[in-house]
Design a protein around this ligand. Structure first.
Ligand SMILES: Cc1cc2nc3c(=O)[nH]c(=O)nc-3n(C[C@H](O)[C@H](O)[C@H](O)COP(=O)(O)OP(=O)(O)OC[C@H]3O[C@@H](n4cnc5c(N)ncnc54)[C@H](O)[C@@H]3O)c2cc1C
Length: 378
């Protein structure tokens, strides 16, 4: 039996980012990950560190995302130092371009609600006119139907696969142990430690963190936690490499540090089907060219579908089990955005019990219905 101070289940983004922070807190940490053939949002996402649209209905989640974006600067430097990997972090703001008056009105309404719910804490996002948006991207000609954009100075992006690699390497650089192809099948509690059983043997620790995306649904009840998660597919298109044109983070069309242009992102309720469809690809490509006519000549080279890990209200869940203290769950959409805050505050919570004000709002208790069950509808 391999022992440690803490077991982190899940080798995507939530698990390793938290595990990296736990090593910095001085805890002997083992990460257990499933095999290569399972769902992994960490390997198919869009790479945005995005704040402006996060937390409709729950300002605490907006503030949590904003805090992460602020922590990203130091986080990026550390990852570079420990892993030698540059994650291509851009943090000079992000825009969501708006096509037509109806989109502008809808965005304005959403922003009004979010500003109201933020109260004194503030909500820093503004609608800018089309001319101003064009000025921010020298050389770009926006399509005739673009009326403006919502802009937030907190937004940015990274190379998501380099991020994943850098977090894994930094965790191991700090002495963390990573066990791949080690799916946790069962968790037992023997009074003082949790025992996680895998086909490669058992692992024991006084603390266990479930941060394994859709794998949480099966494991959480074993430690007395109820964590509702639903799947949602996102399809992405990628073009061939092009000269640098789009110089900042953009909501649905972004040029990567490698020169390719990523075009996204559908939101489809298709259970766990991670395939792609021609109709979705056509719709995404059509919109991209409507916004940026200069992309029209580029060839598409890749497309994929990937399953999001969503809570019913699209905000994060962080919980410690009341029945089995020492067992934690951490999950959300936006694992790229939240990587820095997970490395800092989530790790500190697990290591020391210390939490920032309002952290208890992230408990899945917010989904409890009158009968005491957790609802997946919100
Ligand atoms: C199309 C798309 C676009 C996205 N765009 C963005 C974006 O721009 N910005 C952003 O911030 N976020 C984005 N996301 C979300 C982000 O990718 C996820 O929030 C993040 O990957 C979730 O991390 P996770 O570690 O919780 O889950 P995952 O990345 O899914 O990883 C879960 C891990 O747990 C392992 N596992 C599962 N069960 C077990 C078990 N029983 N035992 C051991 N290991 C197990 C799996 O092998 C896997 O490695 C996007 C997601 C999608 C699908």
């Amino acid at each position: 039996m391999e022992t440690s101070d803490v077991i982190v289940v899940g080798g995507g983004l939530f698990g390793p980012a938290t595990a990296y922070g736990l090593r910095q807190q001085g805890l002997d940490t083992v990460v257990l990950d499933d095999g290569d053939d399972v769902l992994r949002a960490a390997r198919g996402n869009f790479g945005l560190v995005w704040v402006q649209s996060k937390g409709m209905g729950m300002h605490q989640y907006h503030a949590w995302s904003r805090e992460s974006a602020h922590l990203y600067h130091d986080f990026t430097s550390e990852l570079r130092e420990f892993s030698g990997t540059d994650i291509a972090h851009r943090n000079d703001g992000g825009m969501h371009l708006l096509l037509g008056e109806a989109e502008r009105e809808q965005r304005r309404r959403e922003m009004d609600i979010m500003r109201q719910q933020a109260g004194a804490d503030g909500f820093e996002c503004e609608i800018i006119e089309r001319e101003e948006a064009e000025k921010m991207m020298p050389g770009v000609r926006l399509g005739d139907d673009v009326v403006g954009a919502s802009f937030s100075k907190h937004d940015g992006d990274v190379n998501p696969l380099q991020l994943l690699r850098a977090i894994h390497a930094s965790f191991q650089h700090l002495g963390g142990r990573f066990r791949s192809d080690s799916r946790v099948e069962n968790i037992r509690h023997d009074g003082s430690v949790f025992i996680a059983e895998t086909k490669n043997g058992a692992f024991a620790a006084p603390k266990i963190v479930l941060a394994c995306g859709h794998g949480i649904t099966k494991l959480a009840p074993m430690v007395g936690l109820d964590t509702p998660i639903v799947p949602q597919r996102g399809q992405v298109l990628v073009t061939e490499r092009a000269e640098p044109l789009l110089n900042m983070a953009l909501g649905t069309v972004r040029q990567t540090d490698e020169g390719t242009v990523q075009i996204g992102n559908t939101e489809e309720d298709v259970e766990f089907d991670d395939g792609t469809t021609l109709s979705a690809g056509q719709a995404m490509a059509r919109r991209a060219v409507q916004v940026f006519p200069q992309l029209a000549g580029l060839r598409l080279i890749r497309t994929w579908g990937c399953i999001r890990v969503l809570t019913p209200d699209k905000c994060a869940i962080y919980d410690e089990s009341e029945e089995f203290p020492g067992a934690y769950v951490a999950t959300s959409h936006s694992g790229v955005t939240l990587a820095a805050v997970n490395a800092r505050h989530t790790a500190k919570w697990i290591a020391t019990g210390e939490t920032p004000p309002g952290f208890e709002e992230f408990s899945a208790k917010r989904f409890k219905t009158e009968g005491g069950h957790v609802s997946t509808h919100h």
